[in-house]
Design a binder for this molecule. Structure first.
Ligand code: PHB
Length: 390
């Protein structure tokens, strides 16, 4: 009798492990407001992953719970994350477009026993704020160091930097300036502008007056970047021979139709082009375009989200669906795969992706659409910003 009872208890315990539990993943991002296309890209990447790989890991169903955060707002980010953990019982937090939002949530992770998979926020230091952060996007150090190398190789000697005054902007400025100066270049002026800036004409005048041969710029992708590049064109900087240098945030694919021919020939450095030529990317783009609806809206946050889902699925598999954040994160350290962007791996120390960064040029396809054509590869880059962030 006692034996039977024990067997029954064991069977119940087993079914608790292998039975169909629903694992919830809370995704925070801008799904409305001026940055809504960026959030839409998170969702397209997630939908593409689930369309190609199913909505189950083993016996466990995976459910995505979305929370809208229209603009950078750390207090609201924290409140949304708390709500997802306490009320929705999510086992994973993911998404996070803006750095300040990701930063505000890192102090909650350990007590909540929840890993955070960052699908965009790109300031190097975020991963140092909690051992439970894993990032599948890029950093501004990764993308800006190669741009400084490109500037030097082109014989440019004097640059003015213009960045949004917050984490990733400061990283971009520091990464570019440090690398460019080490190679003998000169930074004639460094401008930091508020994140809320929409009138860029006064800045373009400063660029003209600075005596620089080129401007290096970073702003977070969205209406900001579109406005900045339009202003560069409209204020005659190109005509004045001032070259434009930037990470790929400035020429995201969803901005290209509005920029039109004025963007042709603009070169940027980035981890992902929708036009990346590989079977993995073809498969991804097809699924992500079906998910997003309007193919012209597909842009880089989708690939951060797609790879983020791969990482979360691996975490669910490694923990058998049980909530164990440390074990989940340990399971993905060193993980390597072929991403739609190219080969990637998770550096066990930084928990950030080692990946190729590409120099790209805005080009026009035979069908009249614009794309970022990859023309040079900086292979296998770890985050050069990690040392600076410590
Ligand atoms: C960030 O806030 O970390 C961020 C946002 C948009 C970008 C890059 C970085 O394009």
């Amino acid at each position: 009798m006692k034996r039977m009872l024990l067997a029954a208890v064991a069977a119940i315990a087993l079914s608790g492990t292998a039975g169909a539990e629903t694992i919830k993943v809370g995704v925070v991002g801008p799904f409305s407001g001026p940055f809504a296309i960026q959030g839409k890209n998170f969702k397209a990447g997630i939908d593409a992953w689930m369309a190609l790989n199913g909505a189950k890991v083993g016996e466990n169903d995976v459910e995505i719970v979305y929370r809208d955060l229209p603009a950078a707002n750390p207090a609201q980010a924290k409140a949304l994350a708390q709500d997802l953990v306490v009320k929705e019982s999510v086992q994973y937090l993911a998404g996070f477009y803006f750095t300040p939002d990701a930063m505000a949530v890192t102090p909650l992770l350990e007590q909540a026993n929840v890993p955070m998979v960052i699908m965009n926020a790109a300031t190097s230091a975020i991963v140092t704020k909690s051992p439970l952060v894993v990032r599948t996007s890029f950093t501004l150090w990764q993308t800006s160091v190669p741009m400084a190398k490109v500037a030097t190789a082109r014989g440019i000697k004097k640059v003015i930097t213009v960045v949004s005054d917050y984490g990733p902007g400061v990283d971009a400025e520091t990464a570019f300036a440090t690398t460019f100066k080490a190679d003998g270049g000169e930074i004639v002026e460094s401008v930091r502008m508020p994140l809320s800036t929409t009138d860029f004409s006064p800045i373009m005048q400063r660029v003209k007056d600075s005596g620089a041969e080129a401007v290096f710029a970073f702003l977070p992708s969205g209406p900001t970047t579109l406005g900045f590049l339009k202003s560069y064109n409209e204020n005659g900087l190109k005509g004045a021979g001032i070259q434009f240098l930037a990470p790929g945030d400035l020429t995201q694919e969803s901005d290209l139709p509005a920029l039109g021919d004025t963007a042709l020939g603009v070169t940027t450095t980035f981890h992902y082009s929708v036009a990346h030529d590989s079977p993995e990317n073809k498969k991804f783009v097809e699924a992500a375009r079906a998910a997003i609806g309007n193919p012209a809206e597909l842009s880089f946050p989708s690939v951060g989200a797609y790879d983020g889902m791969r990482v979360i699925y691996k975490m669910i598999e490694a923990t058998g669906g049980k909530q164990d954040a440390a074990k989940a994160v340990d399971a993905v350290k060193g993980m390597a795969w072929e991403s739609p962007r190219g080969p990637v791996s998770i550096d066990p120390e930084s928990r950030h992706l080692t990946q190729n960064i590409y120099l790209r040029e805005v080009a026009k396809a035979a069908d009249g659409t614009y794309y970022n054509k990859e023309i040079q590869t900086f292979a296998n880059m770890a985050d050069p910003g990690l040392a600076a962030a410590k």
